[in-house]
Ligand binder design. Structure first.
Ligand SMILES: Cc1cc2nc3c(=O)[nH]c(=O)nc-3n(C[C@H](O)[C@H](O)[C@H](O)COP(=O)(O)O)c2cc1C
Length: 202
């Protein structure tokens, strides 16, 4: 079944080795190691559909997406360069050029925006957690579609001028910029938590 309709019966569990393997082996790829091609319109749309399919207490939908593709990445790079220079007036040309190029590291960048509804009785904390789950779902969907992905914030997720340029409302914050592209990189395993140190029995 592709995308279910409202009220369709769905399986409660999905025993599937390929899914377990993705979850066990998943790794991020640094945006610096990404290249064309990116997902086509249908693949990206499917990734965002999957990403939006997260637990969301009382269906607040406390998130939204901004897509950056093609020339839009260059336009946003102009903004990043300008804001960076305003914040760091003595930055050298090379540093500014690096900032201008950030979104051109990957063919597609998706900003996941956390949009908290403060008037809603669902606690703000829960709404923020849902937006985080969206980012993780998007990473997994991108990997399962055959693309490398990385969830980044970097400085520009926290900059007021950048937020203004993206027309974020006062209840909105950037949960992450998810970079998506192709790669030849084979990321190495990184340290993972020692389960014994994070599990206790009540
Ligand atoms: C909210 C959030 C923001 C992140 N921002 C950055 C970042 O700005 N720069 C960075 O190098 N890694 C950042 N990371 C970490 C990477 O996305 C990635 O998880 C990390 O490199 C570990 O790789 P793994 O996903 O393969 O375990 C961030 C992760 C999260 C959850």
């Amino acid at each position: 079944m592709k995308n279910p309709e409202l009220g369709d019966s769905l399986p409660a569990a999905h025993p599937n080795e390929a899914t377990l393997s993705l979850l066990r082996l998943r790794r991020s790829t640094p945006a610096d190691f990404m290249a064309e091609p990116g997902p086509d319109a249908d693949a990206l749309s499917d990734m965002l559909t999957i990403a939006a399919r997260v637990p969301d207490h009382r269906r607040v939908v406390p998130f939204r997406f901004i897509r950056f593709q093609g020339e839009a990445r260059i336009r946003f790079g102009d903004t990043l360069g300008k804001v960076f220079l305003a914040n760091t007036p003595d930055a050298g040309e090379n540093k500014v050029a690096l900032e201008r190029n950030r979104f051109c590291r990957a063919p597609v960048v998706v900003a996941v925006i956390s949009s908290v509804n403060r008037a809603h009785r669902t606690p703000e904390w829960e709404q923020i957690l849902s937006a985080g789950a969206v980012c993780q779902n998007l990473l997994l969907a991108a990997n399962a579609h055959g693309f490398a992905a990385q969830w980044l914030t970097e400085w520009y997720a926290f900059d007021e001028q950048v937020a203004k340029a993206l027309m974020l409302s006062e209840n909105e914050r950037i949960a992450g910029f998810v970079y998506i592209g192709s790669t030849n990189d084979s990321p190495k395993e990184r340290g993972r938590p020692n389960l014994n140190s994070i599990i206790s029995d009540y």
